[in-house]
Design a protein around this ligand. Structure first.
Ligand code: SF4
Length: 223
């Protein structure tokens, strides 16, 4: 598929998803630190369980970098128990807040003011932060125009016949970032809409009949 066609297809997918589901309003920027905690806790966890863990942290007055630095990892693990892998995630939260304090003096504004590429590199050097978590922090907490790739995105892209060459995170990300305007708001909504589609229609066992992309999906036409 040529670049122009790819761009048009990606835009058509976005428009159809937006018409079908409407704006998802994910993670407004007034609580960016909570967004970061959520991005770490959501690894291999359902969001409803992450919400319970965040509520526990809030109730214990532990949803801030200084509080997380002060608490022993074992106590954090207890609070975030509902999100699963709680011991590992407690260590990740500790590693993040240690880095955040040393690098940005706990200032989200300072972090958001950094150059995107170097901030991404730095985030990836923190224990427990991989591509998807780093990009979620960049997009949803720092407001950077970075496209987040997750398992839903890969599945939907593959079924829509848009699989990029090379089965890497970077290749899937480049599919969107090389073909769409770098627009934070659009990337925010686009990712959220793909997650919604992945939960609603394009499940492991797809429910194509009710899918708003069936008109442009080769997997549906092939059935
Ligand atoms: S038509 Fe089916 S396979 Fe294609 S995106 Fe929709 S649910 Fe997925």
């Amino acid at each position: 598929m040529g670049k122009k066609n790819t761009r048009e297809t990606l835009l058509a997918i976005y428009q159809r998803l937006m018409a079908c589901y409407g704006p998802q309003h994910w993670w407004p920027a007034d609580e960016p630190f909570e967004v970061i905690v959520g991005a770490i806790l959501t690894q291999s966890a359902a969001w409803t369980n992450v919400e319970k863990a965040i509520a526990n942290l809030k109730a214990a007055g532990a949803l801030s970098p200084p509080a997380l630095r002060q608490l022993p990892a074992s106590e954090i693990a207890e609070l975030i128990h509902p999100s699963g892998y709680y011991n590992a995630k407690a260590r990740k939260l500790k590693a993040f807040v240690d880095w955040f304090g040393a690098e940005f003096n706990d200032s989200l504004d300072k972090m958001a003011g950094s150059d995107t590429a170097s901030l991404r590199e730095k985030l990836l050097s923190v224990h427990g932060i991989g591509d998807e978590t780093a990009d979620s922090i960049l997009l949803y907490a720092a407001g950077k125009p970075v496209f987040v790739i997750d398992a839903y995105t890969r599945r939907i892209v593959d079924r829509l016949g848009l699989t990029p060459k090379g089965n890497s995170y970077a290749a899937y990300q480049a599919l969107f970032m090389d073909n769409l305007p770098h627009d934070t708001r659009m990337f925010n909504e686009y990712h959220a809409l793909l997650v919604q589609l992945g939960k609603d229609a394009c499940r492991k066992k797809p429910r194509c009949r009710g899918c708003c992309l069936k008109g442009i999906c080769p997997s549906f036409r092939a059935r």
